[in-house]
Design a protein around this ligand. Structure first.
Ligand SMILES: [Zn+2]
Length: 343
């Protein structure tokens, strides 16, 4: 039997030093990652609202979409989530002191987008104009929505329309085109009103539930799709966010509006992978609740430090590094003992 010699003991010391080095390095990596999280919140803190700040609120309405664009001049509400989210949207508008919406956009006829708008249209909130895609539906929700919308100025969305929000912010309609390309009720998603918000040099793309046919239609005519922030189409479904579209938009950030553990399995893992492969930071309302981005026209900051998807877990990285270190030490230790036995 081999007895550990002084040489073996010195190897042990080397292993201990190696372990401590990796241990300290792991701590440094974790500290660095946590620090980067702090850096983001510091950036947010620095981006205090000025008279030119535009904030974009991806309101958590469960399985659905509702987005408030709050500018120093005109405000826009895109969708209102499902019927049962109406009170949530109303209370959110109230908490922001929003009593006047200049433009309401109903992206398409589905309940998870226009349902909550019924309560909002029934409230004391003042609306100037309602933008619709011109597709009708036999659903009660659509009937209720249109019965209230018709008291306001109803505009049919058409590619190329522009709405001026402030001196430096405007909204452009990228889709649909009139007459509608997709008249089949099964393709209601593809008639979604798609708009791009430009604030100075920053940009946000809102796609409703637009799917691959709409994405292709916009690519075919060479629209300027490039945007810093993408509201991912159709709650992150596999049928949206195709690679050619994603490559064209090249977003730094993507927001997925979907309900926790929803029955559709949104978002689809393939969509997540496509976004991650593009180097996009993804946030989800199902994970972070309401997500708020603010821009001064030059840079974009996210409030309250939302968790990127997949959720960053310093403890996981630390555990992997620790396990790898232990395995390396045991393996090398065994090799050394075997070598000594053979010697
Ligand atoms: Zn939807």
């Amino acid at each position: 039997m081999t007895v550990f010699s002084r040489k073996a003991l010195s190897l042990d010391k080397i292993m201990i030093v190696a372990f401590l080095t990796v241990f300290v390095s792991a701590h440094a990596v974790v500290a660095l990652c946590v620090q980067s999280g702090f850096a983001r919140s510091t950036l947010v803190a620095a981006a205090t609202e000025s008279s030119s700040t535009v904030t974009v609120h991806y309101i958590d309405v469960g399985q659905g979409d509702s987005i408030l664009i709050d500018t120093p001049d005109k405000d826009v509400l895109i969708d209102g989530g499902p019927v049962d989210a109406g009170p949530t949207v109303l209370s959110y508008l109230g908490s922001r002191g929003v009593t006047h919406i200049d433009l309401m956009i109903a992206t398409h006829v589905h309940e998870d987008h226009i349902g909550g708008l019924v309560a909002v249209l029934s409230s004391v909130t003042v609306f100037d104009e309602v933008l619709v895609n011109n597709q009708t539906s036999s659903s009660n929700t659509y009937t209720n929505f249109m019965n209230l919308a018709r008291y306001h100025k109803v505009t049919v969305a058409d590619r190329g329309q522009t709405f001026t929000l402030t001196a430096t912010a405007n909204l452009t309609v990228l889709s649909p085109i009139q007459p509608l390309q997709f008249t089949d009720p099964d393709h209601a998603n593809d008639n979604s009103v798609v708009v791009k918000l430009q604030v100075g040099s920053t940009s946000f793309l809102f796609t409703g539930d637009a799917e691959k046919q709409t994405e292709q239609s916009m690519l075919n005519v060479g629209l300027s799709l490039r945007s810093n922030v993408l509201k991912v189409g159709h709650h992150g479904s596999q049928t949206s966010t195709t690679q050619p579209f994603l490559s064209n938009v090249a977003p730094s950030y993507a927001i997925i509006s979907a309900g926790q553990n929803n029955r559709y399995g949104h978002p689809d893992p393939e969509t997540i992978q496509r976004l991650l492969a593009q180097g996009t930071t993804i946030y989800g309302t199902f994970q972070s609740g309401t997500i708020v981005a603010s821009t001064d026209g030059t840079s974009i900051a996210f409030q309250d430090n939302p968790q990127p998807i997949p959720e960053f877990q310093p403890a996981t990285i630390f555990s992997i590094l620790l396990t790898a270190t232990i395995i390396a030490i045991v393996t090398h230790g065994r090799k050394y003992i075997v070598q000594r036995r053979q010697a």
